[in-house]
Design a protein around this ligand. Structure first.
Ligand SMILES: N[C@@H](CCC(=O)N[C@@H](CS)C(=O)NCC(=O)O)C(=O)O
Length: 226
């Protein structure tokens, strides 16, 4: 099995929050996979076989699956004898959407200039061209004005901080796909940005430590790559 992922200047460390979801889902299922590293500017050409303009793409036997949600469903349906990713597929899908606008979007605005800094020159140019229209300002303006989106992000973390006061994982005693969705976002930020997102004592920090220890400490080994 091959998982296509996104790397920066170092060509080594995949940091995409969406790829992390798929990678952790593969780990959860105990499946073997090979990572194929791509930079932004390589995605279109290298993933044309899968008809995809984004990572992650999973290649399994003769099949290519694009989009992290589709990959999760594919793994669940194709490998039902492995540990289940979902306790309830519809609430997992709803969670996927609940993370998108309230958390991923303001966090992206918070760290967009840090992501820019971990890219090589050609990809910086591509990132600027594609992301500046999306955020409605320049990378430099975003760098200087990250406090407002950062506050939105932190405010929207409230239910999660509350929840982890009394639960180990979103799945309860063991992690489910939703844990990987949320944790993938924190890995993305940890790898691309030197900013500290959480205050001491936040129950989310203990959950992140538990997530860091899964799969032989895979996530825990991920550090800032800038
Ligand atoms: N909904 C997609 C989103 C994937 C996505 O946006 N991937 C980004 C990397 S984080 C990408 O490949 N972007 C390609 C580009 O901007 O050219 C999923 O969940 O897989």
């Amino acid at each position: 099995m091959k998982l296509y992922e996104l790397v920066g200047r170092d060509r080594i460390n995949g940091y995409s929050p969406f790829v992390w979801r798929s990678r952790l889902a593969l780990e959860h299922k105990g499946l073997d996979y090979e990572l194929v590293s791509l930079r932004f500017t390589e995605i279109k050409e290298k993933l044309s076989f899968a008809n995809s303009k984004t990572v992650p793409v999973l290649e399994d036997k003769a099949k290519a699956v694009s989009d992290s949600w589709e990959i999760a469903c594919y793994l669940e349906d194709t490998y039902p004898d492995r540990p289940p990713l979902f306790t309830d597929r519809s609430s997992a899908k709803l969670f996927d959407l609940q993370v998108a606008m309230p958390l991923l979007a303001p966090l992206f605005r918070t760290i967009v200039s840090d992501i820019y800094d971990i890219l090589d020159e050609e990809n910086q140019q591509y990132f600027r061209q594609t992301r500046e229209p999306r955020i409605g300002c320049t990378i430099e303006e975003a760098r200087d004005n990250f406090e407002q989106p950062f506050k939105i992000f932190k405010d929207n973390l409230w239910p999660y901080s509350q929840y982890f006061k009394s639960a180990d994982f979103i799945g309860g005693a063991t992690p489910v796909y939703q844990d990987y969705v949320l944790y993938g976002m924190f890995l993305w930020a940890r790898m691309t940005s030197p900013k500290r997102l959480l205050d001491d004592g936040d129950p989310l920090l203990s959950w992140i430590e538990r997530m860091d220890r899964l799969f032989g400490g895979l996530g825990g080994r991920m550090k800032y790559i800038g």
